[in-house]
Structures are given as structure tokens and as C-alpha cells.
Design a protein around this ligand. Structure first.
Ligand code: ADP
Ligand code: ASP
Ligand code: MG
Length: 847
């Protein structure tokens, strides 16, 4: 029996999210070529194609007739992928594409006439997404000399319907897939099967089977079905994530790859909303020894996640979280329910008849109410049907209310070890209580594999982060980071520095608005100013960013730009926090009192990067509250750009401390503006001319007295002081102002008019210093116990003597560098260098 001889096959499935273009298909070929032995490939439609096809079908049915352009666009996208993945000379696949797209055009035209879209037709329309993908892959494998053959899914996967979300017929699939695919594999050819679809059941009025889809994300299921039929050695699901993570990385930034989990755990997660797997994908392999791997498409050497029958990671009774949003919670309640048997059964029976799926049920112990969640879109229908069902009970007062609360989310906490660990639920609820999150309903799954709870939709993200942190899930498997493909950046403030930063941020999105999935790096998703914000979750495209910059330069607030929305910064932040951002960083480039906003951002899971000095140079309570908010949230608060623009001052301090040194004193020239003015005066220029020049070059604040007063340097000095443990308040910083008493209350114009009056004094100071071989510097001197900033005439022995222009300089005196302080010098002013400093921090936060 040659056929029955053990043939250890591997099934490799490539998800749509990874299949963006021809390069991605070439990568698929590379991955397949890298494996040994018999292989079966299963593919999704290229990214976005299923949605596009569904959208076109909908529009045609609504009567739109001129969709030719869109069809032509899809046609050329497929042809381009084919050309790039398989080279020229792929006539057959090219013809398939053309025929399929012609057919699509005709289907859409007839829908526009019929104005009716049956589930059967819809499935037939979308099926071409995966079918053409598989044609292209077969051609691309061939072109690389790997023998491959397209096998249509309707020949190997059989379903029992219904259209739109068909259940596989396991027995027929097992038999037929084995019969069709084994001989192909045995002859060294790689079958390439389109995912997501299968043969529909035979209908009375038709002799041939149609094509039915397995529900969104169904390619995962195709892969496990074939794996089961072939008794595969393993099934690999290649995706755009490094593996199955402890939570959705777009919601919980420090989600980690779970090295291994039990099939039942993974199945539970998939069923309760973890978008990474089709909800029923693991059913075919349950009870079989066929491990399923979730593997990163971007890195074929990474281990990914093994889903199998083993039990590991016993220290983690909870392994992962998932959530389903847009749910409604329906409550059926009444004092008389206690005595009436079967209310629950009738409730669910009624919903079942309507085809409404219930995902969480909790019955209060008094039996006076039952509540359960349904998709929000079905809430109304569910409530109406139940009111119908219980008409008599309502009339008799046994049931007195049937309510629907919309906009809730259910969160599932999953782990096979929960059964043996008492107190898990208590920990979950304590974590939520600590974060001030209100639980609307609770249910413990009968499997003891999961605890689910319902919260207001707005709190779903915070709830997941709180539970994730409570169970230390970011440490699972040794804490290997999930390596997000990018970091989302939110700019608070869109002034000079904000705009300079937006200009140098490495690429926003790709021109077509698609995030650049594999290249990594930072991506600007939102900008907030005092009155509004703009937000694009996939990354603001460079063109939009350029438009924003131009609009702001003309003085237009963000609320008024195209796509801008009016909101206070706090409102904007709460809005963003409800969205799934990836490793988000908030960058504060305002000069406002933003501390409360920053705390808000930290508790929403954002790292915070500051160029703004105020939040950490105000009252001591405020800056320590900020630091502890960061610590509580497990987020970073990075401040490099607050002192010395882009110079690595905090970085140096950290390295010194980490290497066991102790910093005794920090001295520095921390104002580019004052540095410039004083060097000019030293060189014999008049004070007024020097200051006017500085203004002209854009070095000063709008009112130059803000620089001359030393207030800005005082703030920087306080920030450095706090680094050394200085416990005082802003008032404890000794600041020598360079603005004479009687000039302080003048209007800015008047001040500038009378500037020349100051020249004589400055000339005197300069020549006195010169006579002693010294030069004038505005110096901050900081220790743990004392902070002073003021004018000094320094001699040659001082590192500051030779400092020029706007350069900043900082000298660390430490136990190791006691005689010769460690000196850092460089440009310390201007939007561009400050932006560079901020960027450095961002890269660190994103690392
Ligand atoms: P495919 O390309 O195979 O269809 P999907 O896009 O369906 O892949 O699944 C991957 C997506 O699932 C990721 O982009 C990720 O944001 C999301 N996701 C949700 N929960 C998880 C989780 N626990 N682990 C990994 N990814 C998750
Ligand atoms: N292309 C289908 C979808 O987008 C199936 C899949 O990708 O698994 O849902
Ligand atoms: Mg999917």
C-alpha cells in the first residue's frame, strides 16, 4: 500500500496581512524553498483584496455602475504581483487573472441591475481573491524551479454551508483531500491551495457544487483542515506577527510572544476574539498530534509559537488575553423569574433561531436575572425577539425588564493552569479595581480555562493592560519582546520643534497610505495642538504631514485642517487611547503645563518623550508624581531633549551611574542664546547689537527677556539637580537675572527700544573680564544640595572658557572624574537640534 506509507507532509499557510506585493510572494517562495520534504502551500488573498471585493459587491448592489476603474485597478495589481513574483512568460496565470477580472466586471454589472446580493454570489465573488493568489504562487514557485500545482479548494475542502461562514465537513474533507493531495506530494510536486473557501453542499436545484467561504480569516482553517487530512507533521501559519502573543500588540504594547501553548488555550483565545486565528481554526487538530506554529513572516528563523498538546509554562496560570469589542449586554430580569423554569433555555433558543451568537452568559445566583452579550449590531433584534418570546411573562409581571446596554466589550483571560490555581479571579478583579475600571458583568467559562468580564468599550484597552500587568505577562517565555514592526508616535504640540520633528521622522506611511510593515521605525499617527488634532491610525502619509506643516506655518489650527477635529488635548488623548496603537510614544513639544496630560498618556500605556521642561521643573510633587505614574504604568519617561537639546546629557549621567560612578556636581552653559550673546560681547560687539542679531537668527524666545532673565536656564538646572537628588522647589534655585530691575516691567517694544541703554554696562563688564584674561559665561552650577545660575567670568582653566556661539557645554564632576571633569559640548539650541534630541529618545523608547 504505497499510498498509506507514511508521508510526513508540512502545511504552510501565508496570511493576507503579509501578502502585500510581489516582493512578499517572492518571500513566500523563499520560505517554501527553505523547507525540506513534501509541502503543501495554502494562501490568502493579497492584503486588502477581500475587503475590496466585498466593498465592490456592496456598491454594485446599491446600484453603482461605473466600477470598471476599480476592477481594472485590481487587475493590474494582480498582474504586477505576478510579474514581480514570477517574471514574464507566465501566460497561463496571466490569462486566469484576466478571465477572473472580466467575470468580476460582468458580475458587478448584473448586481447593479438585480440590486440583490445573495450570500452565494457574494462568496463566488470573493473567492477569486484567494484563487488568483494561489495561481500566482504556483507560477512563482514554478519559475524558481520548484515543481508546483494549483489545486482548487473545492476539490479538497468540503463544507456543509451556509454560504458566508460555512462549516467544514470533516469526513469528506479528510477522505478527498488525502486522495487528491497525497499522490501530488508523493511525486515531489507542491500543491498550492487557495485558503478561505471550499465546496458548498449540493443544492437541490443545482447539480454542481458552488463555492462557499469559511468566514473571515478562514485560510487558517483551510490549513488545519488539510493538515488533519494529511496527518501532517506540522502546520505553519505565517503571519505579520512574531507569534501568538499574550495580547493584541496593538492594544497592549508590551505583549510578548508565548513560546508554546496548549491547543485548548489557543482555541479559547481564537474563539474569544483574538484576531490572530480564525475562531474555529484549531478544531480540526484537536486531539491529534499535529502541532500548529504561528510564525513571523518577516523572520523565518524565529521560533514563533507552538500550539500543541504539551503543557509548559506552568508558572503562568494565565497566559493570554483577548477581547471582543462592539458588543451589547442584554439583561432579562424579573422578580418572578425564580419560579419559572426554562427562562434561560428559552432565551437562548429564541436567539439561536435568529442566528444571533451569544458570547458570554452570566446568571445571578438569585436567578432574578440572566445577562449575556451579543454583537452590538444584533442587540435590537435580540431585545425585540425576547420581548416577543416573553410577552406572557411580561404581562404576568414575571419578567419585568429586557434591557440592552450597548458599546461594551468582553475581555477573556485565558490559561489552562487557572484550574489548579485558586484566586485567579480575585487577582483579575483587583487589578481592574486598582485601575478604577468598572466591571459590568462577569462570567467564568465552564471550561475553567477562561474568565471573561464585560466592561465599557472605552475601558477595554485599559482593562487588558491592567490584567496583563497584574499577571506579569510581559515576562512570559523569558520576556522576548514582541518586536513590533513599528512604533506609533503622537505629537503633543505642533510648533517649531514639533514641525521640525515631523519633517525628520523617517517616513510616515507609504504613499498609498499602507503602513510600511517590515521596514520598522517610527510612524507619526497623530498631532495634537491646543484646539484639535489629526489622527491616522495607519500613519499620516508624508503628503498629509507636509500639508499640516504648511497649514500651521500659515497660522491655521489643527482643528481646521482637512481631517482635523476640534478637541481639547485631554479629549484628543482619550480618543487616541481607545485606539489600538502600537508601542505608542507621546512626544511633548509644547511649552505648556502639560503634567496632567502626560500622566493620562502614561496610564494609557504610552511612553512619554519630553522636550518640554515645565512638567519636570515645576513643584517637586508634580515631577515625582509623573515619575511614579511612569513606573506604575511600566512606561518610560525620557527627557534628553529638555536640557542641552540633542546632547547626550541624561544618557551620560545614566552610563556613569550604571558603571558604578557617583556624580558630585554638574556645571554647564545651558543656554544657546546667552552663549551667543556673551561670545559676541566678548568679541567686542555691543550688547544691543548682539541681542538683535540673536533675535534675527531665531535663537531667542519671542521676548528675549525670557532668555536673559535666566528662568529657562534655572529650569534646566533644576532638572539636572533632581537627577542628583536635589529635593528643593523652583524657588530654591538661585537665579541671577541679566535684565536690570527697571527693565523688567517694560513692554517688549519699549524694552527693545531702550536696549542701547544697556550697552555701556556690558562693555565695562566685558573689558574688566578681558583685563584679567577671562571670558563671560552664564553658568549653571548644580549639586545635590545647591543650585545656582548666573554670570561668571571664567579663566582659561575652565572648560567653558573656549566655548563659542550657541554651543552648550556640560561638565560632570564625579568620583572618577574628580580632577578633570567629563565634558560634553555641542550645539544646544534651535528646533532642528532639539528635534534630533527628541528623535534619539524616541528611538530608545521604541527599541
Ligand atoms: P493573517 O495575515 O494570517 O490573516 P491576521 O491579520 O488574521 O493574520 O492576524 C494577525 C493579527 O492579529 C496581528 O496583526 C495582530 O494585530 C492581531 N492579534 C490580535 N491578537 C493577537 C495575539 N494575541 N497575538 C498575535 N496577534 C494578535
Ligand atoms: N482573505 C480572507 C479574509 O480576509 C481570508 C483570510 O485571509 O484568511 O478574511
Ligand atoms: Mg487572518
Amino acid at each position: 500500500m504505497a499510498n498509506a506509507k507514511k508521508l510526513s507532509v508540512e502545511v504552510h499557510k501565508f496570511g493576507g496581512a503579509s501578502l502585500a506585493d510581489g516582493a512578499a510572494f517572492r518571500r513566500v517562495v523563499e520560505i517554501i524553498a527553505g523547507r525540506q520534504g513534501p509541502r503543501v502551500a495554502v494562501v490568502s488573498a493579497p492584503a486588502g483584496v477581500t475587503d475590496l471585493l466585498l466593498g465592490l459587491a456592496g456598491r454594485a448592489t446599491a446600484g453603482e455602475t461605473n466600477l470598471d476603474g476599480e476592477v481594472a485597478g485590481l487587475n493590474s495589481r494582480y498582474l504586477e504581483i505576478l510579474r514581480s513574483a514570477a517574471g514574464r512568460g507566465q501566460r497561463e496565470a496571466g490569462d486566469e487573472i484576466k478571465q477572473s477580472m472580466d467575470e468580476l466586471g460582468r458580475l458587478l454589472s448584473s448586481l447593479a441591475v438585480l440590486r440583490e446580493l445573495t450570500p452565494r454570489t457574494r462568496d463566488f465573488i470573493v473567492s477569486r481573491g484567494e484563487r488568483l493568489s494561489a495561481r500566482i504562487l504556483a507560477a512563482a514557485l514554478d519559475a524558481k524551479g520548484l515543481r508546483a500545482r494549483y489545486v482548487d479548494a473545492t476539490e479538497v475542502v468540503f463544507t456543509d454551508g451556509p454560504y458566508g461562514g460555512a462549516s467544514p465537513n470533516l469526513m469528506m474533507t479528510d477522505l478527498t483531500a488525502r486522495k487528491v493531495l497525497r499522490p501530488i506530494c508523493a511525486s515531489g510536486v507542491i500543491p498550492v491551495v487557495p485558503g478561505f473557501i471550499g465546496a458548498a453542499p449540493v443544492e437541490e436545484d443545482r447539480r454542481v457544487r458552488g463555492v462557499a467561504t469559511l468566514g473571515r480569516g478562514g485560510t487558517d482553517l483551510t490549513a488545519t483542515l488539510l493538515g488533519r487530512a494529511l496527518g501532517a507533521q506540522e502546520v505553519s501559519l505565517w503571519k505579520d506577527v512574531p507569534g501568538l502573543l499574550t495580547a493584541d500588540p496593538r492594544v497592549v504594547p508590551d505583549a510578548r510572544v508565548i513560546p508554546q501553548l496548549h491547543v485548548r488555550e489557543a482555541a479559547e483565545l481564537a474563539y474569544f476574539g483574538a484576531k490572530v486565528l480564525h475562531p474555529r481554526a484549531l478544531i480540526p487538530v484537536a486531539g491529534r498530534s499535529i502541532p500548529v506554529f504561528v510564525r513571523p513572516f518577516a523572520d523565518a528563523t524565529a521560533a514563533g509559537t507552538e500550539i500543541s498538546a504539551r503543557r509548559t509554562l506552568d508558572r503562568y496560570p494565565v497566559k493570554a488575553l483577548s477581547a471582543v469589542g462592539a458588543q451589547a449586554l442584554i439583561t432579562v430580569a424579573g422578580n418572578g423569574m425564580l419560579g419559572v423554569p426554562g427562562i434561560a433555555a428559552r432565551t437562548f433558543e429564541a436567539l439561536h433561531r435568529q442566528g444571533i451568537s451569544v458570547s458570554l452568559i452570566s446568571q445571578s445566583s438569585s436567578e432574578q436575572s440572566i445577562c449575556f452579550s451579543v454583537p452590538e449590531a444584533a442587540a435590537r433584534q435580540a431585545r425585540d425577539k425576547l420581548a416577543d418570546e416573553f410577552r406572557e411573562q411580561i404581562a404576568r409581571g414575571e419578567v419585568d425588564r429586557i434591557e440592552a446596554r450597548t458599546a461594551v466589550a468582553t475581555v477573556a483571560v485565558v490559561g489552562i493552569g487557572m484550574a489548579g490555581h485558586p484566586g485567579i479571579a480575585a487577582r483579575v478583579f483587583a487589578a481592574l479595581a486598582e485601575s478604577g475600571i468598572n466591571i459590568v458583568a462577569i462570567a467564568q467559562g465552564s471550561s475553567e480555562l477562561n474568565i471573561s468580564f464585560v466592561v465599557d468599550g472605552k475601558e477595554a484597552a485599559a482593562a487588558q493592560r491592567a490584567v496583563h500587568a497584574a499577571f506579569q505577562l510581559s515576562k512570559i517565555g523569558g520576556g522576548a519582546a514582541s518586536r513590533a514592526v513599528h512604533t506609533d508616535v503622537v505629537l503633543l504640540g505642533f510648533g517649531q520643534i514639533g514641525r521640525a520633528l515631523a519633517k525628520i521622522l523617517p517616513r510616515g506611511g507609504k504613499p498609498n497610505g499602507k503602513p510600511n510593515g517590515t521596514s520598522g521605525g517610527l510612524r507619526l499617527v497623530a498631532a495634537i495642538d491646543r484646539g484639535g488634532f489629526v489622527f491616522e491610525p495607519a500613519g499620516l502619509p508624508p503628503r498629509t504631514i507636509a500639508g499640516l506643516i504648511a497649514a500651521k506655518e500659515k497660522g491655521q489650527p489643527l482643528a481646521d485642517v482637512p481631517g482635523g477635529r476640534p478637541a481639547s488635548p485631554a479629549q484628543a488623548l482619550s480618543f487616541l487611547a481607545e485606539h489600538a496603537l502600537t508601542d505608542p510614544i507621546l512626544v511633548d513639544v509644547t511649552a505648556d503645563e502639560s503634567a496632567p496630560l502626560l500622566r493620562q498618556a502614561l496610564s494609557a500605556g504610552m511612553d512619554v518623550v519630553l522636550a518640554n521642561k515645565r512638567p519636570i521643573s515645576g513643584p517637586r510633587d508634580q515631577s515625582s508624581a509623573l515619575a511614579s505614574a511612569a513606573e506604575r504604568a511600566g512606561r518610560r519617561l525620557l527627557t534628553e531633549a529638555t536640557v542641552g537639546a540633542g546632547l547626550p546629557i541624561f544618557d551620560t549621567h545614566r552610563k556613569l551611574v550604571e558603571s558604578g560612578d557617583r556624580v558630585l556636581k554638574i556645571e554647564g552653559c545651558l543656554s544657546g542664546t546667552l552663549g551667543f550673546v556673551l561670545t559676541e560681547v566678548d568679541r567686542g560687539r555691543s550688547f544691543s547689537a548682539a541681542l538683535r542679531k540673536a533675535m534675527e537668527l531665531g535663537y531667542t524666545e519671542p521676548d528675549p527677556r525670557d532668555d536673559l532673565s535666566g528662568a529657562d536656564v534655572g529650569r534646566k538646572a533644576l532638572i539636572l539637580g533632581r537627577l542628583l537628588g536635589f529635593a528643593g522647589e523652583p524657588g530654591d534655585v538661585g537665579v541671577e537675572s541679566l535684565v536690570p530691575e527697571d527693565f523688567r516691567s517694560l513692554s517688549p517694544d519699549e524694552f527693545l527700544r531702550r536696549l542701547d541703554d544697556l550697552d555701556a554696562d556690558w562693555a565695562k563688564r566685558a573689558s574688566a573680564a578681558k583685563a584679567k584674561g577671562r571670558s563671560l559665561r552664564y553658568v549653571a552650577s548644580v549639586t545635590k544640595d545647591r543650585i545656582a545660575v548666573g554670570l561668571q567670568a571664567v579663566d582659561r582653566s575652565s572648560p567653558f572658557f573656549g566655548l563659542k556661539g550657541t554651543d552648550n557645554q556640560v561638565a560632570f564632576t564625579t568620583v572618577r572624574y574628580r580632577k578633570n571633569p567629563l565634558v560634553i559640548t555641542g550645539p544646544g539650541a534651535g528646533p532642528a537640534v532639539t528635534a534630533a534630541g527628541v528623535l534619539n529618545d524616541m528611538l530608545r523608547a521604541g527599541a
